[in-house]
Design a protein around this ligand. Sequence first.
Ligand SMILES: *Cc1c(COP(=O)(O)O)cnc(C)c1O
Length: 443
Amino acid sequence: MQGHSNIGLSQAPALWINPEYGGQAQEVEVGNITINDVLAAEQRLARFAPLLKKLFPELDKSAGIVESPLLSLSADVIAPGADEYGTFWVKADHQLAVAGSVKARGGFHEVLEFTEKIARERGLLKDDDGYEQLASATARECFAQYEVAVGSTGNLGMSIGIMSAALGFRASVHMSAEAKEWKKRLLRSHGVTVHEYPGDYAQAVATGRDLARENPFSHFVDDEKSPSLFCGYAVAALRLQRQLLDLNVRVDREHPLFVYIPCGVGGAPGGVCYGLKHVFGEHVHCFFVEPEDSSCFLVRMQNPDVEGISIYDAGQHNRTIADGLAVPQASELVYSMMRTRLAGMVVASDERMVMDLWRLKSMADLKVEPSAAAAVSGPRALLGSKEGQQYLRSTGLDAFMPTANHIVWTTGGALMPADEFDRLFVQGQALSSALDAGRISAA
Ligand SMILES: *Cc1c(COP(=O)(O)O)cnc(C)c1O
């Protein structure tokens, strides 16, 4: 492979390589999470599968397990010439049943862990009783005494709200200014109480957390600090390992695996990365992708000494079309676990996300939201930038690129209303043809 990129791109998205990647974890990790907690989460989801199958008819064909397919992706979606750098895949979380986003695994897991705790405390579960009976009138009456609350820009609220309401809990979602109207409408149609705030995501979370603290019958799902969410997200890695095996995709020195995941507070991509590093060790390389004006995880990674640093401290404003990623502050829990595990970060413009939304639909028939389309900027940045090429050379990975595999993690979109999607699709098409005509720059 040559020292320069063969990808047909004038300007690649910005790439930052983590200088601490692969080093010794000298710092104490905040949450004391181990892989046993992730295995326990996987088993918990399996225990609840019969109940979920009963509550959601759409889970009938998967026997109550909520999982997405691993689909093959044409390298042309990334860029002309990308096929020289390996084989491309989509981990299609935008199709995840019930919640329509990556939040399904983490969010469902935390609600189910809470359900299990209440059911045990209240004597609803005897040792050898099946979990289906938690759909009984007695169980629902009991659950109705409790509230499950969460702060959300949208998708976490949908995951937590829909699952809690289906089990019979009272569900409250505290939503920040970025939250889309259709997400609020959909939640209300499930009987979820939606509280709206004019402020940003961190403020919605703080308000929800304070309200829940005063109420002993309320469980607050804390996106910034929750080990239960994190472990639920990490289950994806165990399942992906089996999907790769089934497809005869090898992961070893000669077959490096690159994974690109959109990032908000870091929980979902962090969980996946943690799980994948456990499974594949040094042969998997994870990159998170963030919006230019909401790159909280990058800001935190670049300021290891500044706990709690926000994007505002770095001169950003949290204005982005990617509502699922519009987060001002990274999770400290996840940051501590990513310091030596995360290979790097990519930053994508809103225009890029809208154009990639259009590309994924028109070239691969995948309907994703802008936050999920951000993932396409991952391989483009690694393979198309000077920094990326330099990284691949210095690590010796360049020798194995033709046999590499790349996974673009499309994190959400299935529940988007058609008119909302069509509007973005048309916008992406117009931007792409303007770019072809050389009228705007490809930041
Ligand atoms: C929440 C979300 C992410 C990122 O997850 P975090 O845990 O906030 O980092 C990515 N994509 C979509 C569509 C999301 O809803």
